[in-house]
Unconditional design. Structure first.
Lengths: 378, 77
């Protein structure tokens, strides 16, 4: 497959690894956070940590929108699905995430709620058109990559004057999450989480461009390299970051230049800016309340906002006490530090979102990483 | 979730969409978020929408940078 296979070439991966090994300073450690769940997944799947020298430590970040959605919002989605006449449409990832009382959308569906998995927001729109007697609610999640698709659907709903379509909006923003991590006590004061550099998200950046990261690089004096999702992209980004760290630079570099420009996708950005505004605060699993980190529909689009159509509960129940998703999302703990990992919490019986989502750190470690743990202990 | 894959545009369709080929699988995607897409372009597809067009020159440049084995400064793109 073009633009995929060439970026997965094993021999090239090894040669980049050799170059990295030659460039690292053996006297120090390099702590690199990969923000995006897609990168966590690529690193695990291709065993990239095995290719890197031991003094490069990859830290998982909170860039998985499924993982960072708090229990309360899952409960709210289930509540919506239980309302009279509602058909709830959702991306597949959300179906198995546990909410309160071990409920999930999948279990609610088994109990009789009309919950449908869709691939695209346009599928949900078509469903609303074909079921005029149902109230179709789309469970919208995702970072800046996924917000424009929601915007397009609402625009089309408006053009069609569709009264039975609405969106339960949980779109979140990448820069706010990065700020929250960099401002967290573990990073800022305590130094328990050392962070030298970031690998910037791939597809979020096709939308927002590389410009928004310039603020972080300068303000927090950490280099950022935006990387594609293929293993060679990640290896090259690590190489570029090592170089910057060694040279004391903190710039934004773009490894994913085949798809990302400095300004991003102006058409998508304009559409989102026209229709959405910032919520003053939003709760993130693991990060707590983060100011100006999430979106809701502007007043002219209130008719398609599920939270204005129904009085959706805004509770904020805590996570399972033993679940370490929060700490894992902040980079403070690893999956194996969680008492539940691999014992109670497995992909068949997930206790938290990090194990359910394909991009969650725990799911990635379960699928690809735990075999390395066994080898190490033998 | 973030999963987005490069796909080859094989046919432009009315109502702002296109047929694409994703590793042998044909799909229809929306072009509402991009402009100036032509048959033969590669686009990044995410949840049923094309998000951006892949720049073949930049792709080639990136592959060439991977092959760089020595310590010359890579130009920031």
């Amino acid at each position: 497959m073009k633009y995929i296979d060439e970026f997965r070439d094993g021999a090239v991966a090894h040669s980049i690894a050799t170059a990295i090994a030659a460039e690292v300073d053996p006297a120090r450690a390099y702590h690199i956070m990969e923000f995006c769940g897609g990168h966590t997944h690529a690193i695990s799947r291709y065993g990239l940590e095995d290719l890197l020298p031991a003094n490069i430590r990859m830290i998982h970040g909170p860039g998985c929108p499924v993982c960072v959605l708090p229990v309360g919002r899952i409960d709210a989605a289930i509540w919506l699905a239980r309302q009279d006449g509602v058909t709830l449409c959702t991306y597949g990832d959300m179906l198995r995430v546990p909410g309160s009382r071990r409920l999930s959308l999948l279990k609610a569906k088994a109990e009789g709620c009309d919950i449908r998995m869709v691939y695209s927001t346009l599928d949900a729109l078509k469903l609303a058109q074909s079921l005029p007697q149902r109230q179709v609610v789309f469970f919208a999640i995702g970072f800046e990559t996924t917000t424009p698709p929601t915007a397009v659907a609402i625009k089309q709903a408006q053009a069609l004057n569709l009264g039975n379509f609405s969106v339960f909006c949980n779109h979140v923003l990448t820069p706010s999450a990065i700020t929250q991590i960099l401002d967290s006590p573990e990073v800022r004061e305590l130094g328990t989480v050392k962070l030298d550099a970031f690998i910037g998200p791939a597809h979020v950046s096709t939308i927002i461009g590389s410009r928004p990261y310039e603020y972080f690089a300068e303000e927090y004096q950490r280099p950022v390299v935006i990387a594609g999702f293929e293993p060679l992209d990640v290896m090259q980004a690590v190489r570029m970051l090592v170089r910057q760290i060694n040279q004391g630079r903190f710039e934004v570099e773009n490894e994913f230049s085949r798809a990302v420009t400095r300004d991003g996708n102006e058409k998508a950005k304009a559409l989102v800016a026209e229709m959405f505004e910032l919520r003053r605060a939003f709760e993130w699993r693991g990060l707590g309340l983060v100011p100006y980190s999430a979106l809701r529909l502007k007043a002219p689009y209130a008719a398609w906002d599920a939270e204005r159509r129904w009085d959706v509960p805004q509770d904020s129940p805590p996570d399972n006490k033993a679940c370490e998703c929060g700490a894992i999302l902040r980079g403070v703990k690893k999956p194996i530090d969680c008492k539940l990992f691999g014992t109670v919490c497995t992909p068949e019986n997930p206790m938290g979102s990090c194990m359910v989502s394909a991009e969650g750190a725990c799911a990635a470690h379960w699928t690809y990483g735990r075999f390395r743990d066994v080898e190490k202990s033998e | 979730m973030c999963l987005a894959l490069p796909a080859l545009v094989t046919e432009l369709l009315p109502d702002d969409s296109a047929k694409v080929n994703l590793g042998g699988i044909a799909k229809t995607v929306s072009l509402a978020l991009v402009s100036g897409v032509a048959v033969g372009d590669y686009v990044i597809v995410h949840v049923g929408y094309a998000l951006s067009v892949i720049d073949p020159e930049e792709a080639a440049r990136t592959l060439a940078l991977f092959a760089e084995l020595d310590q010359f400064e890579a130009e920031p793109a």
